[in-house]
Write a protein that binds this ligand. Sequence first.
Ligand code: CA
Length: 243
Amino acid sequence: MKLQVCAKTDVGRARKNNEDLFFVDVEQGLFVVADGMGGHAAGEVASQIAIETVCSFLPITDCCNPQEQLQQALEKANQAVEQAANGNPKWKKMGTTLSIVLLHNQRGYLAHVGDSRVYCLHNSQLEQISDDHSLVGEQIRLGIITPEQAKTSTFSNVLLQAIGVTPELDICQKNIKLASGDRLLLCSDGLTDMVNDAEIERTLKQPDSLNICCDKLVEKALAAGGRDNITVVVLQIDQLNQK
Ligand code: CA
């Protein structure tokens, strides 16, 4: 599979620290975004431990299916963050979102916990692949509120589960068939709280280089207020293997 990737992270206009973290490994087809949370800069620790744990566990071996291994990687990350939090009072209750895309056999495997997001742009149409594990995300799914109402909800930051704080994870797992020309976006809520899906779609479908595309996404989030750390990872499938 031939692909390009570009990733950017920005502290934003309101925060002192950047608690977001990304990891990109084109060789292994592994792409991760983590958005940490917790006082005393513990969010940075949580996102780092989570990503390090995932990277030490992945890439996958041929013996198991990718979904099982992603599940195990997230559970290991969950234990590692929780153990670190229990070992240091400053890190109490720290946690992180974790969104992983693993490319394997022409497919994109997603494993995800939290309210970071994974999108796929296919035939110029943007689709959110990940579920938001947030209270408002659940309310939207149940038809209690509309996406518009969610934006002004006082519960907009309430997460239903996060790595390090939820003992029994309900991991969002999906896999999608990839096509040449598809673009995948992994991002933290610092982008999606500031820039709506229509604008993200418009930006991703421009024939810009991925570098410019990432710059534009970050700039739009900053221009809209940049209230949180902003992280974007954009990959583009240039060519699938001939089979
Ligand atoms: Ca965030």
